[in-house]
Design a protein around this ligand. Structure first.
Ligand SMILES: [Zn+2]
Length: 291
């Protein structure tokens, strides 16, 4: 009589047979779970996609959104970036002066912030920053502060925008003013201070922060030489115009109402004036990327 080997014996072992079955069931159940998960994920990303499409359709800062984009406010443009007069907020400017020293730079396509932009946009953005620094300095004797507030949520990814504001104060004072104001808020809200120095990278925020994951920050850069980024922990308490309001305060405005933009006719007059003066400093006119 042949003695059945262990392996062979298992074939007839009831317990093992049961085990086999239960493994099969487990595999099938897992598969069903995975399929369910995948379907849910697909549904979720589909919903996310539709939500994003709705944001894009409504976005008046997307250059290619023909029905909403305010082409009339564009001061200068390259292949992937444009410079415009602020259309949705009141421009900041020293008191009793015309509002010619507040511009915004944005990528033409929809990006959530300047950490996410690609290399071509980075280069064109840097060039426009240099153009604006020279423009403010030579035409108005002013320094330039660049401000970006990036506040995103699952439901809304606003269009990246960099405020470029001329100021007459000493820039070191301006930095101290900003830091103090943001730190005061930190202690007020009981959060940890999270300041990232961007001077070593000359304000190139995409080299200072990780491009993955959702995070909110405000970045302040003086004359394109860097400054600091402040991580926003509670975006509900940190409004998207807060940094501009701080800047308004530093510039000696008693009250800055950022919710009332200029009337269109008035804005267009300023746009015309800025376009005329900016021409000389526009890097795209000197053999660079042109539209
Ligand atoms: Zn957009």
């Amino acid at each position: 009589m042949r003695i059945t080997g262990d392996d062979e014996y298992k074939k007839y072992d009831l317990d093992n047979a049961n085990n086999f079955d239960s493994e099969l069931i487990e595999r099938k159940t897992r598969k069903r779970h995975e399929e369910g998960y995948q379907k849910r994920e697909e549904k979720r990303s589909d919903r996310h996609y539709k939500q994003h499409q709705r944001v894009l359709n409504k976005c008046n800062q997307c250059y290619f959104n023909e029905t909403r984009f305010l082409q009339d406010y564009v001061i200068a443009e390259s292949d992937t970036v444009y410079v415009a007069f602020p259309s949705s907020i009141s421009p900041l400017h020293p008191q009793d002066k015309e509002p010619l020293t507040h511009l915004v730079i944005s990528p033409k396509s929809h990006f959530g912030n300047f950490v996410e932009i690609d290399e071509q946009i980075q280069t064109e953005l840097r060039n426009f920053q240099k153009s604006i620094i020279a423009f403010y300095l030579e035409c108005f004797g002013m320094q330039t502060v660049f401000l970006e507030t990036s506040i995103q949520s699952d439901h809304f990814i606003p269009h990246a925008q960099m405020e470029c504001v001329g100021f007459t104060n000493d820039d070191t004072d301006m930095e101290v003013f900003f830091k103090k104001s943001l730190q005061d808020d930190d202690s007020e809200w009981g959060t940890h201070k999270k300041i990232i120095d961007t001077k070593a990278r000359k304000g190139m925020i995409w080299r200072c922060m990780p491009s993955t994951g959702q995070f909110n920050y405000v970045h302040i850069d003086f004359n394109g030489m860097g400054g600091f980024a402040h991580v926003i922990e509670d975006s509900k308490k940190f409004g998207k115009t807060k940094a501009l309001e701080v800047l308004g305060g530093a510039m000696g405005h008693d009250f800055v109402n950022l919710s009332i933009p200029y009337r269109k006719e008035k804005a267009e007059k300023y746009v015309k004036d800025i376009r005329q003066r900016f021409k000389k400093y526009d890097w795209t006119r000197y053999g660079g990327s042109k539209k």
